[in-house]
Write a protein that binds this ligand. Structure first.
Ligand code: ATP
Ligand code: MG
Length: 485
C-alpha cells in the first residue's frame, strides 16, 4: 500500500523506515522521555504506536516559545512536531527529527503519570489497561496480534476459503460442556422476589431448584439462549454448501479455570472443509500454523526481537524450530504410553481414557519431542459428540495440535457424517437429538465427509510473543471476577 491516510501526519514507523532524510514531516505522538541539555536544547523520545522504536526529536531555542513549551513536554504528554528528518549521528538510530515547531496537544503531569520509567509488573499493568498499550510490551503485543490476524485472513483468503460470520448468541451448546454464559431479558430481580415469596423455591445457595422451573417461552428468544462457545456447527452448515470456509470471532466460556491459558472471552478461528478426512485436516493445520508464524516473523522483526530479549529468551529459536520443521504425529494411545514410561511424576496422573493436562502436553512438546505434536484418535468418552467414531468402538477421529510453552493450541476433528452414528453419539453424550435437528439434516441430505479445527487466537499470541499469561495477549481480558475496562 502506498497511499497515506487523509491527514498530513506522518507515522513514526514511516519516518524510521521510508521517508528520505531532508523531508519536512508533521509527527504526532506521546512523549516517552525528555532529556534537556544545558537549557540549550532537548531530546524528546516520541512514540505513536506505529513502531517499536520511538523517534528522537531534537528541539532547540530556535523554536518559538521554546522555554515555556519544553517544560510542558513531559512523559505522557501528547505533542505535534513539524520539522526536518535528518540522518542521525547517534548510535542505534538512522534518523532524528529536528523540530521547527512544537505544539503540546495534551499535557501530562509526569510525577503522577502511572507509567513510570522503572517498569511495572504485568499484574499492575492489567489494572491500567487504559494506558498499558503505551508501554513497549503492550504496543508490541498489539502490533503482533494485528499481524497474526492479518496473516490468518490472508492464509485462508489466498486459498479460496470463505469468511463466514457465526452468530454470537446461540441456543446450542456446541461442546456440550454447559459452560455457556446465559443471555436473557427476563427480570432477574422479579424472579428473585418470586423465589423469596415462595420461600421454598430455591436451594440454600440461592440457585433455582427443579420446583422453580423458569418459563423460557417468556424470554427474549422464546428459549434458553447464551453466548456462543464455538462457531463450528454453523461453519459446518456453510462448509456443506459453499465449500471451504472459516469463522473468526469471539467465543465465550464460563468455565471457572483461573489458569494462564484460559479466558472467559477469547477469539477463535474455525476453518471447516468438506471432503477433508483427518489426514487432510492435520496437514492444513500444520501448514497454517507454520505459515502464520513465518509471516509474523517477517512482518514484526523489531517487536519479536524485543520479546526475545526481554520476555522469553528461547522465543526466536523456538519459532524458527516450529515454522521450519515437520510436526510429529502420533495417536493419543501412543502418547499415553510415552507419558507412562517417562518416569516423570506429574501432578495429574496419566491413564488411558483421561484427558491430557497441560503438564503432559508440555512434557511431550518440550522435553520428549522438542517440537509441536499432533495427537489423534482420542477416547470417545472425553471428546465431543460430533467427532467421527472409529471402528474400534473406543476412539474418535480427533486431533489436537500441541506446542511448546503452551500445550493445546488447536482442537479439531473429522466430523461424524453418518446420520445413525451421530444420533447414537448424541444420546451417549446426554444430548437431545431433537435440539440438533438441523445439524442432523445435513447428514440426511447429501452428507459428505468433512473436517475442521479451532485455533485459539490468544494462545497463538502467547506462542508468538512468549508472553507467560494469556491475560496479557488480549487488549481487555475477561476472567472470573474481572471484566473492567
Ligand atoms: P483446553 O483443554 O485447553 O481447555 P479445549 O479443549 O476446551 O481447551 P477447544 O474446545 O478444543 O478447547 O477449543 C479450541 C481452541 O480454542 C483450543 O485449542 C484453544 O487454543 C482455544 N481455547 C479453548 N478454550 C480457551 C479459553 N478458555 N481461553 C482461551 N483459549 C481457549
Ligand atoms: Mg480441545
Amino acid at each position: 500500500m502506498t497511499e497515506s491516510p487523509p491527514t498530513m501526519r506522518t507515522r513514526i514507523a514511516d519516518c524510521l523506515t521510508k521517508v528520505a532524510p531532508g523531508t519536512i514531516v508533521d509527527v504526532r505522538g506521546w512523549v516517552r522521555t525528555r532529556r534537556e541539555s544545558k537549557q540549550e536544547f532537548a531530546f524528546i523520545e516520541l512514540n505513536d504506536g506505529s513502531s517499536f522504536h520511538s523517534l528522537q526529536v531534537v528541539a532547540d531555542k530556535s523554536i518559538p516559545d521554546y522555554e515555556t513549551l519544553i517544560k510542558l513536554v513531559q512523559t505522557g504528554a501528547s505533542v505535534a512536531v513539524v520539522g526536518e528528518l535528518k540522518e542521525s549521528p547517534a548510535k542505534g538510530q538512522k534518523v532524528e527529527l529536528h523540530a521547527q515547531s512544537l505544539k503540546v496537544l495534551g499535557q501530562a503531569d509526569a510525577a503522577k503519570y502511572p507509567l513510570q520509567k522503572k517498569g511495572h509488573s504485568f499484574e499492575f499493568l492489567r489494572e491500567k489497561a487504559h494506558l498499558r498499550p503505551r508501554t513497549n510490551t503492550f504496543g508490541a503485543m498489539a502490533r503482533v496480534r494485528n499481524a497474526i490476524c492479518h496473516a490468518i485472513h490472508c492464509y485462508f483468503q489466498q486459498r479460496g476459503f470463505l469468511y463466514v460470520h457465526a452468530p454470537i448468541i446461540s441456543t446450542s451448546d456446541c461442546e456440550g460442556a454447559g459452560h455457556m454464559f446465559q443471555v436473557t431479558t427476563l427480570d432477574l430481580a422479579k424472579l428473585a422476589q418470586l423465589q423469596q415469596s415462595k420461600g421454598t423455591g430455591a436451594s440454600p445457595s440461592g440457585a433455582p431448584t427443579a420446583s422453580m422451573e423458569i418459563d423460557y417461552t417468556k424470554d427474549f428468544f422464546g428459549k434458553k439462549a447464551g453466548l456462543t462457545v464455538s462457531g463450528q456447527l454453523e461453519a459446518e452448515i456453510f462448509a456443506c454448501s459453499v465449500g471451504d470456509c472459516y469463522t473468526f470471532g469471539p467465543t465465550f466460556r464460563a468455565e471457572n479455570s483461573n489458569t494462564t491459558r484460559h479466558l472467559a472471552e477469547f477469539w477463535m478461528i474455525e476453518p471447516e472443509m468438506p471432503f477433508y478426512e483427518l489426514e487432510d485436516n492435520m496437514a492444513l493445520a500444520e501448514d497454517f500454523v507454520r505459515t502464520v508464524i513465518k509471516e509474523v516473523m517477517a512482518k514484526c522483526p523489531d517487536d519479536l526481537q524485543f520479546f526475545n530479549d526481554r520476555i522469553e529468551p528461547t522465543l526466536l529459536a523456538s519459532l524458527e524450530n516450529i515454522s521450519g520443521n515437520d510436526f510429529i504425529k502420533l495417536t493419543y494411545t501412543e502418547a499415553v504410553d510415552i507419558l507412562l514410561k517417562s518416569g516423570q511424576t506429574f501432578e495429574y496422573p496419566v491413564a488411558w481414557g483421561k484427558d491430557l493436562q497441560s503438564e503432559h502436553e508440555r512434557f511431550l512438546t518440550e522435553q520428549h519431542f522438542k517440537q509441536p505434536v499432533i495427537l489423534t484418535d482420542y477416547p470417545r468418552e472425553i471428546k465431543s459428540f460430533y467427532m467421527r467414531a472409529n471402528d474400534d468402538g473406543k476412539t474418535v477421529r480427533a486431533m489436537d495440535v500441541l506446542v511448546p510453552r503452551i500445550g493445546e493450541i488447536i482442537g479439531g476433528s473429522q466430523r461424524e457424517e453418518r446420520h445413525d452414528v451421530l444420533i447414537q453419539r448424541m444420546q451417549e453424550c446426554g444430548l437431545d437429538p431433537a435440539d440438533y435437528w438441523w445439524y442432523l439434516e445435513l447428514r440426511e441430505y447429501g452428507t459428505v465427509p468433512h473436517s475442521g479445527f479451532g485455533l485459539g487466537l490468544e494462545r497463538t499470541v502467547q506462542l508468538i510473543t512468549g508472553m507467560q499469561n494469556i491475560r496479557d495477549c488480549i487488549p481487555f481480558p475477561r476472567t472470573p471476577k474481572s471484566a473492567d475496562f
